[in-house]
Design a protein around this ligand. Structure first.
Ligand SMILES: [Mg+2]
Length: 268
């Protein structure tokens, strides 16, 4: 192990190294390096990394259901699909409520903050037809998406079942999954319609999907790019993983995965 490799600790590994240091465990492992022998330093770092890697694996060893959000989780935010969806959401609000674009965007911002999604706010405040809305907003181009064989391999190698749970519709999720070369990997795909159009982050939405699927939350891990969507999973007993470039110090974010495929491979 080189020093450059030792610098490539993920956020989780760094956190685990820190907690192990606090516990005095790595001090014991690294005791031999106090005489400043560079070779011993490298051995100590390698041992510490093996120790933290095994701690990571043990945290997920009980997991038999791997739940993935879709947008900006199973594809990188650079694909900017949500920009297309947002433009179509605004169009819908303009047409349905007869307001200008600026007001429509402000309404959407408020609904997102208050209800979790624009759809939830439109249903709560304006009793709109959710299926027509979902068909409209998800009618977007997916040509920015590339197949990701690395991610496909990492998800396929997970022990147990892998499922998708999105605030979009199942039909849209399946189009995205196909465009990413992830077809045939997931055991189930749930959209917002499967939770009675109640979106994440509502706890009842998660409970509805859990009951429908039959999964045990204590043996599940939830991956999402929106930290709000990890609050209920954590409370229900799941492992929580934030899939995003920037980490979060929120107590309901247990793990951080800047690169999802790499994170999943680290659990093998
Ligand atoms: Mg998302």
């Amino acid at each position: 192990m080189s020093r450059s490799q030792s610098r490539k600790l993920t956020g989780d590994q760094s956190r685990l190294v820190s907690s192990a240091l606090e516990a005095g465990k790595i001090k014991q492992i690294a005791r031999g390096s106090r005489h400043r022998n560079p070779c011993a330093d490298r051995v100590a770092i390698a041992r510490a990394m093996i120790y933290t890697s095994s701690m990571m694996t043990s945290k997920f060893s009980e997991v038999d259901t791997w739940i993935f959000d879709l947008d900006n989780t199973l594809y990188p935010p650079e694909a900017r699909l949500f920009e297309q969806i947002e433009a179509r959401m605004t169009e819908w609000v303009v047409d349905a409520l007869g307001v200008g674009r600026a007001e429509a965007n402000e309404i959407r911002r408020q609904y997102w903050a208050r209800f979790g999604t624009t759809l939830a706010g439109l249903m709560r405040e304006h009793d709109i037809d959710p299926e027509a809305y979902l068909d409209h907003v998800h009618d977007i181009r997916l040509d920015h998406l590339q197949p990701d064989p690395g991610l496909a391999g990492a998800i396929a190698a997970l022990p147990g079942r892998a499922i998708v749970y999105t605030n979009g519709s199942e039909a849209y999720a399946r189009r995205v999954i196909e465009a990413r070369g992830l077809s045939g990997i997931f055991d189930a795909v749930y959209g917002v319609e499967h939770a009675g159009f109640l979106p994440k982050p509502e706890r009842l939405a998660f409970e509805t999907i859990i009951a429908r699927d039959g999964l045990e939350p204590e043996r599940a891990a939830m991956f999402d790019d929106d930290a709000r969507n990890l609050v209920a999973p954590m409370a229900l007993g799941m492992r929580t993983v934030l899939v995003a470039r920037a980490p979060s110090a929120a107590p309901h974010v247990q793990h951080h995965a800047p690169d999802l495929a790499k994170f999943l491979r680290s659990l093998a």
